[in-house]
Design a protein around this ligand. Sequence first.
Ligand code: 3HC
Ligand code: NAI
Length: 687
Amino acid sequence: MAITTSVRDGVALLKWDNPPVNAIASWLPGGLMQALAAQMNDPTISAIILHGAGRCFSAGADIAGFDSPDTGEAGIRALMQALDSATKPVVAALHGYAFGGGLEIALAAQWRVAAPGTRLGLPEINLGLLPGAGGTQRLPRLVGVAKALDMMTSGKPIDAAAALAAGLVECVAAGDLLDDAVAFARSAHVRRVRDLTAAPDPAALQQARTAASDRKLRAPALNAIIDCVEDATSLPFDEGIGREATRFAALLASDASHGLRHAFFAERAVARVPGLPAADATDIARAAVIGAGTMGSGITIALLEAGIAVTLIEQRPEALAAGAGRVRDTIQSLAKRRRISQPVADARIAALGVSTSLDDVATVDIVIEAVFEDLEIKRAVFAELAAKARPDAILASNTSTLDVDRIADAAAGPERVVGLHFFSPANIMRLLEVVRGARTSPLVLARAMALARRIGKVGVVAGVCDGFIGNRMFEEYLRQAYLLLEEGALPAQVDDAMQAWGFALGPLRVMDLAGQDIGWSIRKRRAIEQPERPYSRLPDQICEQGRFGQKTGAGFYLYPDGRKPLADPEIDALVMEYSATLGLVRRAISDDEITERCALALINEGAKLLGDGIAARPLDIDQVWLHGYGFPAERGGPMFYADQIGLPQVLARLQALSGGREGWAFQPAPLIETLVAEGRNFGSLNS
Ligand code: 3HC
Ligand code: NAI
């Protein structure tokens, strides 16, 4: 508990300190109210400044406290009332960031002075919430309805300069923040934001409502924000605050907010791998990427963006030129779109070297291999890499299906071999499965996780198996999609149902986007290596027609304009013929059956991965699916979703489905049976 008071030139400075981000812990509002009252009663004090210690003003309400009986925002609201009753000027001095309830405290102060570069935002929507401490009522009064809607529905922060232009802060400090805030406070008068009026803006409200209607599971929170902003223009302030509180409470209790809060904490917890030594990756200065194909060029961009110099090595000169060209074009286009400055783009391009010889790995700190998905080719590459790279260099493979241990076997020093399974496009997708081989050393694994963080990825540790965490589950999910087609559904019905459920893209559309040929070549290899492994031949028939998805203009769908899928009657006919070939009488399939079977397939395979030790914690699986596969964040991830359904119910449905066609696929994972018998859930395995 730390609120300290100091005085400068008759101005009291109240400072709170709650590291690391000054979240508004339960003690903070009460402490601040006491300190405020003392200064109000002190005749030697002319004005008050509120500010935070350390790196920021405040990141907002304590999100961890939302699950306790005292969710904390009542205390924040009492503080707001105390600020509204202040009889002396109160100035918030902002630095670092002022987010959520933190910004709402600043809005309840009368004036705001910000250090240059401060970021101000109301990101509650990212947690399925609305700003619940007066933000929906005060922000429109300061910046107008359109800007307030934009900030609250996007959740995106703005910087101090933009905040000044918008009227959100009254001054950007030119010198020392507190000196400037004191000078500002000494000449300020008492002015309450609640006494300002927000002009109605029906067009902005309508535009926001239209945009919200497309946002699936996020729509209820967005609509609640929009309703509150409308109230700010039409109701007395206190009535607006009352309605905001009611809507906040409803959202706080919603499944969507629970899912998003789980996702927030899991994204941070996933990096803390039990048993690993502390490590960082700041000393990784040079990398080599082997193979300048789709993945090699994407990985190269991701490394260059983090300030790591890369030598791109490829055996075919024409492929090298094409891959390096893709890297340079992507970086240049970011500069053209003003996402980065031209000097930054120039520096990144200058940090790219190209080569056709593996000799050029000699000086690098890490090698990432992205050559053809062929075990013998990869083993040959690793044998050579191990001989040519520094003994302390990390050797990583981007394989998506091969056995990392067999790749490591080929290298002298297998303890430095690790899998780094990027997702396509590798410079965009946030997921990075960090594959721990049987002999990968804990330090190499820890450094690989630190590298993931450094290049802005969510690193998730996975054990060695075919498909690791994500693709092993995806296979079961896809299996259900194909079985549903065989039994009576059509592609668009399956995809539309999964998208309405919240997925960014349905499973068949994902395959069309990724390239049907990739799955086809994996299936062909497995048909030789694992002939007993059952799978639907339907996608093979589509590939046999040369329909590989978006890149060939046709897959499960047609792509007349390149990207937008159009249902194809020929594929519908093929699906129906295929059912007939199997001797199946097609039946009507409901959307509920589609979503239930696809979701249960994910949950059951996820439980098997936990049982096999491939995934260490349910939250690791959840992060894989949120960041690699477009799983709806509002559902928290497949394992969190299972807990929300309730594991006894999950088990009962798996048992029921395991009696149906191809029911073996739903044979319950032993872990689910154990957890149900012990009255536990997946969440109990997260700590
Ligand atoms: N409450 C509780 N803990 C928080 C927190 C918050 N609001 N914000 C961050 N933390 C914790 C993180 O969980 C993490 O804990 P850990 O070290 O134990 O894992 C630690 O603070 C540091 O956070 P990050 O690792 O995320 O640090 P970064 O420097 O990368 O990012 C940040 C800092 C930009 C503030 C980022 O944490 C963030 O965006 N936080 C959430 C901000 C937010 O959503 N605020 C609104 C809260 S809801 C609200 O205010 C309701 C109100 O309207 C009533
Ligand atoms: P690609 O076919 O586009 O590129 C592979 C490149 O490696 C080719 O340019 C080839 O000439 C080059 N190459 C082959 N042998 C080489 C050698 N000995 N030395 C140097 N270069 C060599 O393949 P893609 O799609 O980039 O895949 C690469 C790896 O990434 C594979 O292991 C694949 O399984 C994996 N992967 C692919 C994903 C995808 O969506 N394409 C996703 C995740 C992983």
